[in-house]
Design a protein around this ligand. Structure first.
Ligand code: ZN
Length: 487
C-alpha cells in the first residue's frame, strides 16, 4: 500500500483518497516570465512520477497544475513590481504576450522531459472572479481588513483561532523577525500580514475592478481559489517545491481555514531543492542554467550538452526529499547510467527464450512496487533495474538462459517501471531529436560537397548531387554565401 510523507504531520502516512478510486492533486506551477530551469524540472518530474504511479495503481487522477501570470511580485512580501508586468515593460510587449511565449516554451521543455500534461492547467488571470469571491469569504468571516484599497489577511486574529505556521514549523515571533521592513508596510497592521488583494499603483498595467479597488489578487490567493474550484473544498494532495512552504503554502492553509473553516488539503508533499556546485540557485550566483542551455550544452558550467532523458534520470536517481547537487560530472555519470539501462532494455527486447532459466530474475515486480510504495523511492527502483540488467547481459552474452515466462515477465516489468512509471524513454524515442539533427547535418554535408565541386568546376558531381536531392523532394537555392534548402 502506498505511503507518502505528509509535510504537515512530518511522517509517512498510508495514502487514502477522499473518494474511492479518485485522486485530486494540485501542484504549484511556474510563474511564466522566463525560461524553465533545473529548479522547475524537479517539481515537474517529482509530481509526474506521483501522477504516473497513482494512475498505475488504478486511480482516476485529476491533476491541476497552475500557471501564475499575475500577482507574483518581485519581493514575496507583497511588494515590488509584478514579475510578468516588469518583463512586458522591458520587452515592450503586452503582458499576455510574455505569458503565452513562456508558457509555450515551458510546455515544450516539459514534453522533452516526458512530463505528462496535467488534467487542468488554470491561469491565475483567468480566475479573478473566483479569487475576489474567496477574498470576500475571508472578509465575511472577519479575518481580513481593508487598508487603502488593499485587503490584508489579519494573521494575528487568525492565529488566535487556528495554528498559523504549522506547515513550516514557524511561530509568529519567528515570522516577525524574518519579515523585512519594506515600503507599503505601513498599510498593514503587522509585518506578518499578507495581501489578499492589492490596489494597483497608477503605473501598474494589470488590474481588475473589485469591491475594494481597481487592483489584482495577492500571489497566494490563486492556488486557494483554483484548487478548491477544480478539486473541491477538500482534496487529497497539494505539492510543490520546499521553497514554497513559507510563505506561499502557509498562506494558502490560512486562507482556506479562514474562508471555509477547515483544511482543504489532506496530504502536503514537497520536493527538496537542487543546488549547483553546493550553492543555492540564484541570480546573484549566476548559476541559473535553463533547460534549453542543458539540452544545447550552452552554459559556462557545462562541458557538453545533456539530453532531456539524462536530466530526468539525474533527478529520479535521488529521492525527491533529498537535496540534489548538480555538477557537470554528476550529469556525465547520470548519462552513463542511463546509457547502461538503455542498452539493457534494448538487449532485453532482443534476447531469445530457452527451455529454462539459469539466471535469477527474483521478484523484481514486487521489489519495484515496494520501493514505489515507500514514498516514491525512485532511486531504489533504479537500483533494482540495474540488478536485473546484470541478468539480461548474462543471457545476451550467451553465458546464461532465460525461460519464456521469465522473459515475458521481465519485459513487462521493465515496460511498467522504467518506461511507464519512471517515464524513461529507453526505446530510442529520445533519439528522435538527435536523429533530426543528424539528418539536417547529412543534407548540409552533401550540399557542402556540391559547393566544393562547383568551386573546382566539377559540374558533373555538382549536378549529380543537386539532381539526386531534387528527386528526393528537396528544394535547393544557391545564395551569395552558399545555399539554402527545404523539403
Ligand atoms: Zn501555489
Amino acid at each position: 500500500m502506498l505511503q507518502i510523507y505528509n509535510t504537515l504531520s512530518r511522517q509517512k502516512e498510508y495514502f487514502k483518497p477522499l473518494h474511492e478510486g479518485h485522486v485530486g492533486m494540485y501542484v504549484c506551477g511556474p510563474t511564466v516570465y522566463g525560461d524553465a530551469h533545473l529548479g522547475h524540472a524537479r517539481p515537474a518530474i517529482t509530481f509526474d512520477l506521483l501522477y504516473r504511479y497513482l494512475m498505475h495503481l488504478g486511480y482516476k487522477v485529476r491533476y491541476v497544475r497552475n500557471i501564475t501570470d499575475v500577482g507574483h511580485l518581485e519581493h514575496d512580501a507583497d511588494e515590488g513590481e509584478d514579475k510578468i508586468a516588469k518583463k512586458a515593460r522591458l520587452e515592450q510587449l503586452e503582458p499576455m504576450e510574455v505569458v503565452q511565449y513562456f508558457t509555450n516554451r515551458y510546455h515544450r521543455d516539459m514534453e522533452l522531459l516526458n512530463v505528462l500534461p496535467p488534467s487542468i492547467e488554470p491561469h491565475a488571470s483567468g480566475h479573478i472572479i473566483e479569487q475576489i469571491a474567496f477574498v470576500q469569504k475571508i472578509m465575511d468571516k472577519g479575518y481580513a481588513y481593508v487598508s487603502n484599497g488593499s485587503v490584508y489577511m489579519d494573521v494575528e486574529k487568525y492565529a488566535k483561532d487556528y495554528p498559523y505556521g504549522k506547515l513550516s514549523g514557524r511561530n509568529l515571533e519567528d515570522i516577525v523577525t524574518e519579515t523585512r521592513e519594506l515600503d507599503g508596510q505601513q498599510e498593514k497592521k503587522h509585518s506578518f500580514d499578507f495581501a489578499l488583494w492589492k490596489k494597483a499603483a497608477p503605473e501598474h498595467i494589470m488590474h481588475w475592478p473589485s469591491p475594494w479597488s481597481e487592483g489584482f489578487p495577492g500571489w497566494h490567493m490563486e492556488c486557494s481559489a483554483m484548487g478548491t474550484k477544480y478539486l473541491g473544498e477538500e482534496f487529497d494532495i497539494h505539492g510543490g517545491g520546499m521553497d514554497l512552504m513559507f510563505p506561499h503554502h502557509e498562506a494558502e492553509i490560512a486562507q482556506s481555514c479562514a474562508a471555509l473553516g477547515k483544511e482543504s488539503v489532506h496530504y502536503w508533499m514537497h520536493n527538496n531543492m537542487i543546488t549547483i556546485a553546493g550553492k543555492k540557485m540564484g541570480k546573484s550566483y549566476n548559476n541559473f542554467i535553463t533547460l534549453e542551455q542543458f539540452f544545447a550544452g550552452k552554459h559556462e558550467l557545462l562541458e557538453q550538452p545533456f539530453s532531456p532523458m539524462t536530466i530526468r534520470f539525474f533527478i529520479l536517481q535521488a529521492h525527491y526529499r533529498s537535496t540534489v547537487d548538480f555538477s557537470n560530472d554528476a550529469l556525465v555519470a547520470a548519462e552513463k547510467g542511463l546509457g547502461r539501462l538503455t542498452e539493457a532494455y534494448q538487449r532485453l527486447m532482443k534476447i531469445k527464450a530457452s527451455a529454462a532459466s539459469s539466471v535469477e530474475i527474483g521478484n523484481l515486480r514486487e521489489r519495484c512496487q515496494e520501493a514505489m510504495d515507500d514514498d516514491l523511492n525512485s532511486p531504489i527502483v533504479i537500483s533494482h533495474l540495474f540488478d536485473s540488467a546484470r541478468a539480461i547481459n548474462t543471457v545476451f552474452d550467451g553465458k546464461g538462459t532465460i525461460s519464456e515466462a521469465d522473459l515475458e515477465e521481465l519485459r513487462a516489468v521493465w515496460k511498467t517501471y522504467a518506461m511507464d512509471i519512471l517515464g524513461l524513454q529507453l526505446d530510442g524515442a529520445q533519439d528522435a531529436g538527435a536523429g533530426m539533427d543528424a539528418y539536417k547535418g547529412a543534407v548540409d554535408m552533401l550540399l557542402n560537397m556540391r559547393l566544393e565541386a562547383k568551386r573546382n568546376k566539377d559540374w558533373g558531381t555538382s549536378d549529380k548531387i543537386r539532381n539526386a536531392l531534387t528527386e528526393l523532394g528537396f528544394t535547393i537555392k544557391d545564395t551569395k554565401d552558399g545555399f539554402e534548402w527545404s523539403l
